[in-house]
Write a protein that binds this ligand. Structure first.
Ligand code: AMP
Length: 416
């Protein structure tokens, strides 16, 4: 694998996979340009070296079909502004030969949404997994994916992957494409390098105590990482919607709270494992319960074990916030993924805010803090604390898989 730090792009055409899957409002205006800003160091380095740039990304989930609402044409001007130069646009990412061939050093071409082609994700469309013909369809699609990746690769001399958000996917543009480049002409971008380094800090150079905070809505989507972290952390805070599955599993009454009834045994198992491994498991003891799933609902603080009928826990209570902060403040390594409540409602941000504040305090005292996953990042942004933690990851699923210890296809592909 080459290294972007000392690669000279002069006179080369570089095709760069970025994650420009930015949120848009109903008029197609970008509401958060973090992802565009995140890729700038890589894009600028290529242009400043005297290379030309072919930028490719997905946006949303068009499921292999052209969808104007998910067109990257909508962000062309924002990319041009961020780069301070004109950006050409290729309306068909798989037929951009001429536009790519005509690029001169310093010029930029943005390809249309890769996922307008099913080949990008490489999953057969319109056929059920149970269908006996599925395996054959999958094989055929994998072959088409290879061809699609080859086509993208043909536009350029060098491939750079700077899309951490999709690095856990083996898609045409994130992994398969790399087979078409020699080892010294493929590499990670600066953003990817930083992300990989941040995960490495968490996994290999753990300064103790290590506190992980996992929140969000469900246990089921986080179980892989919870089990993996159990071997590494000193303190494990499980909060958010998961709270109520744990409370019910221990005999509590959870009212209308979000609860995975088929995961009660799993919750008990996690409690048992934490004990066996000597991990200090911190679960919420009280919550802010609401009589409706709305910001303006009536609220009261109750025990998580005794939530009245018709009420639901939407945020961590004051006693829980105190316990969370106590497990976070002395930590020297911190990982936060998932909010402690329905932080989208301003009246239910208390738990997440208490966590963010304690993380900032610990970071001030020398801890390495990594915040990742869309919702916790939205939390620190909402609280204006993003620049007060050590690292804010752009990856959700990719970050979790990396921390679970899985090899990310997007990283592996350029290393091979
Ligand atoms: P996840 O995608 O699993 O990380 O979950 C994030 C979502 O969990 C956010 O949209 C939160 O609003 C939601 N969430 C957090 N706490 C609760 C709760 N107590 N009840 C319902 N949803 C919650």
């Amino acid at each position: 694998m080459a290294s972007i730090d000392n690669y000279n792009f002069n006179g080369k055409k570089a095709i760069v996979r970025v994650d420009f899957n930015v949120p848009l409002d109903e008029n197609g205006n970008i509401t958060d340009d973090t992802r565009i800003r995140g890729a700038l160091p890589t894009l600028k380095k290529i242009l400043e070296d005297g290379g030309s740039l072919i930028i490719m990304s997905h946006m949303g989930k068009p499921k292999g079909k052209v969808n104007p609402k998910l067109s990257l044409a909508q962000i062309k001007d924002a990319v041009a502004k961020a780069l301070g130069r004109d950006v050409k646009f290729a309306e068909d990412c798989a037929n951009a030969d001429e536009a790519a061939a005509n690029l001169k050093p310093g010029e930029v071409l943005l390809l249309e949404n890769l996922r307008f082609y099913p080949e990008e994700e490489g999953k057969p469309v319109g056929i059920d997994k149970e269908d006996p013909a599925y395996e054959a369809a999958k094989k055929e699609m994998k072959a088409r994916q290879k061809d699609f990746a080859k086509k993208l690769a043909s536009y350029a001399d060098v491939y750079v992957n700077d899309a951490f958000g999709t690095a856990h996917r083996k898609h045409a543009s994130t992994a398969v494409i790399a087979d078409n480049f020699s080892a010294d002409n493929k590499m990670l971008g600066f953003l990817m390098q930083k992300e990989v380094q941040a995960v490495d800090n968490i996994l290999s150079d753990i300064k103790r105590p290590f506190t992980a905070i996992m929140g969000g809505s469900k246990v089921s989507t986080k179980i892989g990482i919870i089990e993996n972290l159990m071997d590494k952390v000193d303190n494990l805070i499980l909060c958010g919607g998961m709270t109520y599955t744990f409370a019910k599993a221990q005999g509590g009454k959870v009212g209308n709270s979000i609860c995975e009834n088929d995961k009660l045994d799993l919750a008990l198992d996690i409690i048992k494992k934490a004990k066996e491994k000597g991990v200090n498991l911190v679960l919420a003891t009280d919550c802010v319960a609401a009589d409706d799933f709305s910001n303006d609902a009536n609220t009261k603080v109750v025990s998580v074990m005794d939530i009245p009928e018709g009420w639901e826990g939407l945020d961590a209570g004051p006693e829980s916030c105190k316990a969370f902060a106590e497990a976070i403040r002395p930590a020297k390594t911190i990982l936060w993924n998932g909010p402690a409540g329905v932080f989208e409602f301003d009246n239910f941000t208390g738990g997440s805010r208490a966590i963010a504040e304690a993380i900032v305090e610990a970071t001030d005292n020398g801890a390495f803090s990594l915040v990742g996953g869309g919702d916790s990042v939205a939390c620190v942004n909402k609280f204006g604390m993003a620049d007060q933690v050590s690292y804010v990851s752009t990856g959700g699923g990719a970050l979790l898989e990396a921390i679970e210890g899985k090899v990310l296809p997007g990283v592996a592909a350029v290393k091979e």
